[in-house]
Design a protein around this ligand. Structure first.
Ligand SMILES: [Zn+2]
Ligand SMILES: [Zn+2]
Length: 259
């Protein structure tokens, strides 16, 4: 088994009364990754090579900025990231610049003749190259990468704890189940980490738990909707007042809902 560095945070998250203990873990890993990015990361050449290449997704650029901490570090990280990306874009443009210029001077008839000869247009190629580059950049984020890697290990550790420690297994089974995102990650880790009877035992516990918790929250949302019926004006909301945001979190995993 790999390192078990997550034993303490996992246990602490499963001690909380929450719709998904792994969401609690992921939020913590996200905060750590954000702090790391504007903290130690900027002094590490390897991390800078990484952030220069990947940049951040919109959500994490926003969160990094909104932290309002270490603005110099964020500025330095953005500066070298932009230098690198500008170089890439300039290179793509320079490769086709002369051909595009010639094409622009040919006019309509010249271009029509070229396309009749089956000659692909340079401006088309330039657009394709730029779109490919920009799409790739859109899909990379150093914070997302860090969370994904650490979360994968954390989920493996969770399964290991379930499999080896009875106290933890009890906590796991007493929890409110998991959001669909982490339910999926648990299943995929179980496929990798457990085999034979241990895998079956895990599924035998996880599935009834998860399904009954999903049913519970669906009942709560249903109760919430019924409370808008005038006949229920003086009825009891029970646990349903925040059933909608809880159900969204159950379906999506960590999200930023106004509560
Ligand atoms: Zn979750
Ligand atoms: Zn991200």
């Amino acid at each position: 088994m790999k390192e078990r560095i997550y034993t303490i945070p996992i246990n602490e998250a499963f001690d909380q009364d929450t719709e998904c203990a792994l969401c609690v873990c992921e939020r913590k890993l996200e905060n750590d990754a954000l702090d790391y990015t504007i903290g130690p990361s900027m002094m590490e050449p390897d991390s800078r090579v990484e952030t220069n290449r990947t940049g951040f997704c919109t959500e994490h650029f926003t969160k990094l900025y909104n932290l309002q901490q270490n603005r110099l570090a964020l500025g330095l990280v953005i500066d070298t990231h932009m230098v690198e990306q500008l170089e890439h874009l300039e290179k793509l443009y320079k490769k086709q610049a002369d051909a595009v210029k010639k094409e622009s001077e040919k006019g309509l008839i010249g271009s029509a003749l070229d396309s009749l000869k089956g000659k692909g247009s340079s401006s088309q190629r330039l657009i394709d190259d730029l779109l490919e580059k920009l799409t790739a950049l859109e899909g990379t984020c150093a914070v997302c990468d860090r969370i994904t890697n650490n979360m994968e290990r954390l989920i493996e550790n969770t399964i290991f704890l379930y499999d080896t420690e009875n106290d933890f297994k009890r906590k796991f089974l007493a929890s409110k189940g998991f959001c669909l995102k982490h339910f999926k990650q648990l299943l995929s880790a179980a496929r990798k980490e457990l085999s034979g009877g241990r895998q079956a035992e895990f599924l035998k516990s996880l599935l009834p738990k998860e399904l009954s918790e999903l049913k519970r929250i669906q009942d709560e949302v249903n109760h919430f909707t019924k409370m808008f019926d005038y006949r229920n004006q003086s009825g009891d909301w029970k646990n349903s007042r925040d059933a909608v945001p809880r159900s969204i979190e159950k379906l999506c995993g960590p999200c930023e809902l106004k509560r």
